[in-house]
Write a protein that binds this ligand. Structure first.
Ligand code: SF4
Ligand code: SF4
Length: 108
């Protein structure tokens, strides 16, 4: 029986892009915080380290060893592929002056 891939070429390309840019800094305009929705850990397929507690909040089973692409997600507005649910958002720092960047991703 053939293996069924449910992710699209675009989702895979986004994943590869986030991996390849993960050494770059987080955009200074990032604001907000991780609400532990876990959506970023499902693209292009659910990560085997993704966990959910009884309240439906996500966590990472390898949190302290998770890769930079996870720690920095979403690094830029263009790399945010879960804007509908993600607790982070981006502002234009030219309009407000450069302030502190948001904290690292906390959820799964
Ligand atoms: S943060 Fe953890 S659970 Fe989420 S994709 Fe990264 S390794 Fe997987
Ligand atoms: S970084 Fe965003 S998409 Fe990922 S778990 Fe946190 S709130 Fe959800």
């Amino acid at each position: 029986m053939p293996v069924s891939f449910t992710y699209s070429a675009r989702e895979l390309a986004n994943k590869l892009k986030r991996f390849s840019t993960s050494a770059l800094p987080i955009d200074a305009g990032r604001r907000g915080s991780c609400n532990r929705c876990g959506e970023c850990c499902k693209l292009p397929f659910p990560c085997p380290f993704l966990r959910y507690d009884a309240d439906g909040l996500s966590s990472c089973a390898v949190y302290h060893a998770r890769p930079p692409s996870c720690r920095k997600y979403p690094r830029t507005v263009h790399e945010n592929v879960t804007p509908e649910t993600c607790g982070y958002y981006f502002v234009d720092v030219k309009d407000i002056g450069i302030g502190p960047a948001a904290t690292e991703q906390a959820g799964g």
